[in-house]
Write a protein that binds this ligand. Sequence first.
Ligand SMILES: Nc1ncnc2c1ncn2[C@@H]1O[C@H](COP(=O)(O)OP(=O)(O)O)[C@@H](O)[C@H]1O
Ligand SMILES: [Mg+2]
Length: 356
Amino acid sequence: MKKLRIALIYNSYEDSQPAEKADQGSLWHLRQMIRGIARGLRRSGHEVVVIPIAGDLSRLQRKLIRLRPDIVFNQYDDVVHGALYEMRIAAFIRMLGYRITGSPALGLGLNRYKYMALSLLKGAGIPIPPSTVIVERVSDINGHKWVFPLIVHAAQEHAGIGLDRGSVVHTKKALKEKARDVLATYKQPALVQHFLPGREFNVGLLGGRKIQVMPLAEVDYSRLPLAIPPIMSYAAKWVETSVEYKRTRIICPAKVDAGLTALIGKTAVKAFRAVGGWGYGRVDVRLDEDGQPRVLEVNCNPCLDSGLGLARSAEQAGIDYPHLLQTILKAAFEGPPFDMQLPIFNTKSGGGRVGR
Ligand SMILES: Nc1ncnc2c1ncn2[C@@H]1O[C@H](COP(=O)(O)OP(=O)(O)O)[C@@H](O)[C@H]1O
Ligand SMILES: [Mg+2]
C-alpha cells in the first residue's frame, strides 16, 4: 500500500470518560491507545495527524479541509452521548467525501440499540438468546412467560455499562426490581433475555469483502466466586481493582474443536454482515444449553488496544499490530455496503477525493 496521509480522530469530550484511575475506560487509557495506533500506523510508513473531537463539527471540517487526508481512521467512541454521536461523525466524514475506517453509520448505530440489532439478526435467521424482549415499563413484565434465569441489560448501552452482580435474576420479583433500576438509572428501556449458561467467546473479524475469522478468545469465569454471575460486567471489563476483573480471564486461542470453531466463525461473520459491519469487528457469542452458539452482540468498531481483544486474537493468527491496522485501512478502500454517493457537500479544496 502506498504511503497515506491519515487523520486519526477520537472523542476528547472530558465528560465522556470515567474519571476513576482504576477504570480502563478513562481518558488517560484512551490517549495511550490513540498514541499506540498512531505509532502502529507510522511504522507502516504513513503520515498520521491526530485530531481530538470535542464538539463543533465545523472545526473538524476546517481541519480536514486543511489536512486533505487520504483517509480518516475512526476511533470516535462516545459512551456518554451514545450511538447518535458516533453515527453523526461517521456519516459526516463520508458526506465530506473522505474514506473512513471501520463500519459505516448504520452499523455503528445498530450496534448500540441492542434490541434493534438483535431483532434484525433474528429476522436474518441468526441464532440469538431466546426470549429477547424489550421492557419499556415495569408492567410490561407481566405480559410474558419467563424462563429463568434471565439477564437484564440497559438496552442502549455497551461496554458492560449497567451490568453488575444484580443483572442475572432468578425470580420475577428480582426481574422487576432490576428492570425498574435500569429504567430509572439509564432513562432507557431494559433488554431482558434468557441467560445462556454455556461457554462465552469473542470472535475477532478482519477484512472488507473477504472477512478473516481470528482465533477464538474464550472468557473464562471458572475462578470467579459462585456468588458473582459469570458475565462480562462493567467491573469485569474495566475496574482493575474489582474481584470480577481479577478473576475473569481471557484465553486466546480458546480450546474448541474444529466443528464448533467453524460454526461459531460462520455465525459471527453472518451476524457482522447482517448489521452492515465492515473492516473489523468483534462478535460476542455464548453457547446455549444444547451447546449451540448464539450471538449476544456485534461490536462494529471494537477496541483496538494493542495486546487486547481483536489485536490479541490477530496476533495469534500471526497478524502483528501494524499489519492489523494496515488491513483495516485496506478494507476501508474496498468500500462498505450501503455507502453513499460522494461527496454530498461541496468542500472546494477538501473532500471529494474518493468516490465509489
Ligand atoms: N443472554 C445472555 N446470556 C448469558 N450471558 C449474557 C447474555 N447477554 C449478555 N451476557 C453477558 O453479558 C456480557 C455483556 O453483554 P453484551 O450483550 O455483550 O453487551 P456489552 O458488551 O455491550 O455490554 C456478555 O459478554 C456476557 O458475559
Ligand atoms: Mg459485549
